[in-house]
Design a binder for this molecule. Structure first.
Ligand code: BGP
Length: 468
């Protein structure tokens, strides 16, 4: 039997742009997504799950279903429509009401300051490639600490720096839709890490009675052929870019020699480079000592084969199984033909990868204080029949990952909570509305919520602490 500790938080996650809708309401400033999605013509950030108006219902449901923590993010452009300067009071009040509602329902809010949604005004000036954005972000964070500091216990600087930088400059998946700009990708990751570090330092100066952390998407890279040296190198290169670069900066404040060597090698192979500015490493090193927790988002692991060809990527954004292609020059190629189940979006379901990742953090970064699994879940095309949703594959997915967490805790890892992605069905950045993750099904036309079979199962786990 696998049992979760009594003080382990079982929660669920949301993000402002994916849940709130109301993108142009009450003085909210535009974000790049507003323009990009219209241009693409496929999906819209409205209505999303209309969380902007429906949050009391979602929090009531959370309480009813035993959920003790919720990840929410503050949309920077609701507070500062341009990213700095004039404050939008309606936005400030919205997050007061949201946080108060969380407490009313005994659901602890874990608040993220950046979840893919830089205000468009700053985005158009280079987003985090422009170092001014770092200062504006820190000012926004300080404003939030002062405004909500007495009622938020857990703060998160950034959600998934890798996804932002790779989505924007490597994969052409996020605005501005650029591809294979490795130098820009690394520069933007580095600059966001500096913004994170400065935010941590500013937070600690305020001596609030609360904690601060960062969330990374951390997914293991394994060699496709276990004994093949070229595949081992390919997996190591991809892992360094995706995981080690950010973990080193988070916990060491600098890149380990091996990380530096591999990142420079990849940049050289792409005729690219990036700049580390004076003082960056000092700030990163200081913040590395002070950070209170790490959030791990984990969905899948990847198996990498050596690759000598040109860049070739096809993102499966429709749920047509078998359409993913991911091959990067100078790094490697992802393979999908192992005996491992995968979702319709070609995400390999591999709970052992989560166990391995947690244990690796424990071993390689012994100064980590605690870990939360801040996102994990299964994108699925849920069907609703007679107001009921049978999402057994999602239950199986979550159960196996919770078992992996129990095993890691048993081996001594300090994992303190799990946030299922997502609380209710939300808008998916690159996949729109048919890739559902929620415990609560959302009819996006009526905005009615329906608990899925997984919600009843999750409630039982929350009550009994027994995973199986
Ligand atoms: C993470 C993001 C979330 C969410 C999730 C699912 O990377 O932090 O915002 O979108 O992935 O991804 P997707 O919607 O692309 O399936």
């Amino acid at each position: 039997m696998k049992q979760l500790p009594d003080d382990f938080i079982l929660g669920a996650a949301t993000a402002a742009y994916q849940a709130e809708g109301a993108t142009q309401e009450d003085g909210k400033g535009r974000v790049a997504w507003d323009t990009y999605l219209v241009k693409e013509g496929k999906y819209s950030g409205d209505p999303a799950s209309d969380f902007y108006h429906k949050y009391p219902i979602d929090l009531e449901l959370s309480e009813k279903f035993g959920i003790k923590g919720i990840r929410v993010s503050i949309a920077w452009s609701r507070i500062f429509p341009k990213g700095y300067g004039e404050v939008n009071e309606a936005g400030v009040q919205f997050y007061h009401k949201l946080i108060d509602e969380c407490h009313k329902h005994h659901v602890e809010p874990y608040v993220t300051l950046h979840h893919f949604d830089t205000p468009e005004f700053l985005f158009d000036q280079g987003d985090f490639l422009n170092r001014d954005t770092i200062n504006y972000f820190v000012d926004f964070a300080k404003f939030c600490f002062k405004e909500y500091g007495n009622k938020v216990k857990y703060w998160i600087t950034f959600n998934e720096i890798l996804s932002v930088s790779a989505g924007q400059y490597l994969l052409g998946k996020f605005p501005p839709n650029e591809r294979f700009e490795t130098g820009k990708m690394v520069q933007s990751m580095h600059n966001m890490m500096v913004a994170h570090a400065r935010t941590v330092l500013a937070f600690k100066e305020l001596k609030l009675n609360s904690e601060i952390g960062i969330i990374h998407i951390l997914e293991q890279r394994y060699p496709y052929r276990l004994d093949n040296d070229a595949d081992k190198i390919a997996a190591q290169k991809d892992d360094t870019m995706a995981n080690k670069f950010l973990l080193d900066l988070t916990f060491k404040g600098n890149l380990a020699a091996d990380t530096k060597r591999i990142v420079n090698q990849i940049l050289q192979e792409n005729n690219d480079s990036y700049i580390i500015y004076d003082g960056d490493i000092d700030e990163l090193s200081e913040a590395a000592k002070l950070i209170d927790f790490l959030g791990v988002n984990y969905y899948q692991s990847t198996f990498v084969k050596e690759y000598r060809g040109e860049n070739n990527i096809n993102l499966n954004g429709t749920g047509e199984k078998g359409t993913s292609i991911y091959a990067l020059k100078g790094i490697g190629e992802y393979k999908f033909d192992m005996d491992i189940p995968r979702t319709d979006w070609d995400w390999l379901i591999y709970p052992k990868g989560l166990y391995d990742m947690i244990m690796r953090i424990v071993k390689d970064y012994p100064n980590y204080k605690k870990i939360y699994i801040t996102e994990n879940g299964m994108g699925y095309k849920d069907n609703i029949e007679n107001d009921e949703i049978d999402d057994q594959p999602r239950i199986d997915y979550v159960k196996e990952h919770l078992k992996a967490i129990c095993d890691a805790i048993h081996k001594g890892a300090n994992v303190k909570g799990y946030f299922l992605w997502s609380l209710m069905d939300v808008f998916s950045w690159a996949n729109g509305y048919n890739k559902r993750y929620g415990l609560f099904y959302v009819d996006f036309e009526t905005q009615q919520r329906y608990p899925k079979k997984s919600a009843y199962w999750y409630k039982k786990v929350a009550e009994t602490r027994k995973v199986c």
